[in-house]
Design a binder for this molecule. Structure first.
Ligand code: NAD
Ligand code: TYD
Length: 356
């Protein structure tokens, strides 16, 4: 048997493919366009593994995707491929519409054509799992209940709006054409192989490089952090037992203000890799100009997934963040590679003019 994964050279997709092959011999066709966020270094340990086939293709390329589906006959497609960074979506929303909306539409059409042509048994067993975000639900006030699957969609950034649109397409392809879909809406992930444009890896790498740790606004925005391997186990649970047409919220029950996250990272680094001058890394914290339209709080109610499919996260924030900091300290070849080239231009562009 075979599954086809899109975006499997990115942060979550890469972790998913590595975890999958560590515990299963089922073949993975890994389709990724290799944008700035796609990184084959992440997949180095499975190079040459006959159960893994990497193909550089855009999810929007209908002919190429249809051909891959026809050739490999997967029993499932797991769609991670997306433009994923809110700040980049503010700088340039076009790519987000192209991949997250038009790309998802084209992928759905390729998959529908393939699924339509399957025999009865394979049609019944087939799944299209769409990986989405809690950001589609908008922003919570401090006293609001965490997001449930029934919350209305109220996306606020070009990124979350494009993901919301893709979720609606997936839903409609089920409702109208009967495509067997399930959707997961997950909170902020962190862990190994995370591209350092996002808060947690950026702070770890800036800290040890002696650079400022940029906190947008007052740093009191709250995110609900989930260790990436827990997200991967949730996706496997939904793939196995998720009810067709349903959505499942995935979260770690770890709501933290950004400033607290950054101070926690500093404290772990103070212990594991103390600064030469003996001072705390927290001294590098720098408050900078806020992100336009910055959502104040995200929080996930993951009880449906727990009740229906028995999923629970294995890591608390305390255990997961320690593992993550250690991983970045130990994997210097990966971090050096990822911080070269186009990454430097992004850092220059995003942080120029933010100083306050
Ligand atoms: P990422 O940016 O690290 O990786 C995205 C991957 O998709 C990259 O490898 C990139 O090359 C690939 N890609 C982009 N456009 C493509 C296209 N047109 N065709 C084929 N491949 C393409 O993102 P991530 O953090 O791994 O997120 C994966 C998915 O999970 C996304 O759909 C994202 O919206 C969702 N998600 C992420 C988080 C998070 O905290 N990172 C939280 C919730 C949901
Ligand atoms: P990020 O990792 O970009 O994820 P998202 O925007 O999808 O939640 O950001 C997490 C939080 O950290 C978010 O509230 C923005 C904030 N942030 C900073 O304060 N400084 C930074 O340099 C970055 C990249 C993010």
């Amino acid at each position: 048997m075979t599954i086809l994964v899109t975006g499997g050279a990115g942060f979550i997709g890469g972790n998913f493919v590595l975890d999958w092959l560590a515990s299963s011999s089922e073949k993975v066709i890994n389709v990724d366009k290799l944008t700035y966020a796609g990184n084959l270094e992440t997949l180095k340990s499975i190079q040459g593994n006959p159960a893994h086939l990497f193909v550089k293709v855009d999810i929007g390329d209908r002919a190429a995707i249809s051909e891959l589906l026809r050739e490999h006959q997967p029993r499932a497609v797991v769609n991670f491929a997306a433009e994923s960074h809110v700040d980049r979506s503010i700088e340039g929303p076009g790519e987000f519409i192209q991949t997250n909306v038009v790309g998802t539409f084209n992928l759905l059409e390729s998959v529908r054509g393939y699924w339509d042509g399957l025999g009865d048994e394979a049609r019944l067993a087939f799944r299209f799992l769409h990986v989405s975000t809690d950001e589609v639900y908008g922003s919570l006030s401090p006293t609001d209940e965490p997001f449930k699957e029934t919350n209305p969609y109220e996306p606020n950034s070009p990124y979350s709006a494009s993901k919301a649109a893709s979720d609606h397409l997936v839903r409609a392809w089920h409702h109208t054409y009967g495509l067997p879909v399930v959707t997961t809406n997950c909170s902020n992930n962190y862990g190994p192989y995370h591209f350092p444009e996002k808060l947690i890896p950026l702070v770890i790498l800036n800290a040890i490089a002696g650079k400022p740790l940029p906190i947008y606004g007052d740093g009191q925005q709250v995110r609900d952090w989930l260790y990436v391997k827990d997200h991967c186990s949730a996706i496997r649970a939904v793939l196995d037992g998720g009810r067709l047409g349903e959505t499942y919220n995935v979260g770690g029950w770890n709501e933290k203000p950004n400033l607290e996250v950054v101070k926690t990272i500093c404290a772990i680094l103070d212990e594991l890799k103390p600064r030469i001058d003996g001072r705390s890394y927290a001294g590098q914290i720098a408050f900078v100009k806020d992100r336009p339209g910055h959502d104040r709080r995200y929080a996930i109610d993951a009880r449906k997934l727990e009740k229906d499919l028995g999923w629970k996260p294995a890591e608390t924030f305390e255990t997961g963040i320690r593992k993550t900091v250690s991983w970045y300290l130990e994997n210097t070849a990966w971090t050096a590679n990822v911080q070269s080239g186009a990454y430097l231009q992004w850092v220059e562009k995003n942080y120029a003019g933010r100083n306050s």
